[in-house]
Design a protein around this ligand. Structure first.
Ligand code: BEZ
Length: 211
């Protein structure tokens, strides 16, 4: 069965552009993003890998380790990395798995046979420090992902892991948040001593908690 939110994610070993990796050792005690690409030397994937390389400092700031995957061999990845640097202006600065036997792709359900039985779809898995699955995204080959959105959801995941809040539609870092329904008004007084705005009894808005 496909991995679902809250599941323990499977560990694996893999060849990558930065040498062999044991996934959980690579993640350490922080957060992780594992994301797949349909194929090397394809246009959309080239832009995506350039974009994630440009955003690497943003992932680092959030203590998130990034790991890409494409089902081609290591030699192919190395040649493609030159193109990514040349065309996108950013060198590949995180490991890319050479999953030529589709071991990791199958383990994580990245191949959707009714879309393609040879290529992976554009899967994204966000993994928490507890090695549980926090978020998945699945895009078709024809649509490049929005990595600013990925950073936004990571901000939400990290905030809501720490505080008893949820983030509203289109929330961005610094925006107001919502007190989770499981916290009653009495308990909310201790958690949010500066108060909140009750729009409806179930919709209580509060400034984003600091740190
Ligand atoms: C691409 O990355 O550009 C791509 C890959 C497979 C099918 C279509 C587009």
């Amino acid at each position: 069965m496909a991995l679902q939110l809250g599941d323990d994610v499977p560990d694996f070993t893999a060849e990558t552009t930065e040498g062999p990796i044991k996934f959980f050792d690579y993640l350490g005690s922080g957060w992780g993003v594992l994301f797949s690409h349909p194929k090397d030397f394809t246009p959309v994937c080239t832009t995506e890998l350039g974009r994630v390389s440009a955003l690497k400092p943003e992932f680092d700031k959030r203590n998130v380790k990034v790991l890409g995957l494409s089902v081609d061999a290591l030699d192919s990845h190395k040649g493609w990395a030159n193109d990514i640097h040349e065309t996108q202006g950013h060198a590949l600065n995180f490991p890319l798995i050479a999953d030529h036997d589709k071991k990791v792709a199958n383990l994580y359900g990245m191949i959707h046979p009714n879309a393609s039985d040879t290529f992976t779809v554009r899967s994204v898995f966000v993994i928490g420090p507890d090695k549980k699955l926090k978020l998945t995204l699945t895009y078709p080959a024809s649509t490049g992902r929005n990595f600013d959105e990925l950073l936004r959801v990571i901000d939400s995941l990290q905030l809501t892991a720490k505080h008893k809040v949820a983030t509203p539609s289109d929330w961005k870092q610094g925006g107001d948040v919502i007190i989770v329904p499981s916290v009653n008004d009495n308990d909310a007084k201790a958690l949010f001593p500066d108060g909140w705005k009750t729009v409806k009894p179930y919709l209580r808005v509060v400034p984003q908690p600091k740190s």
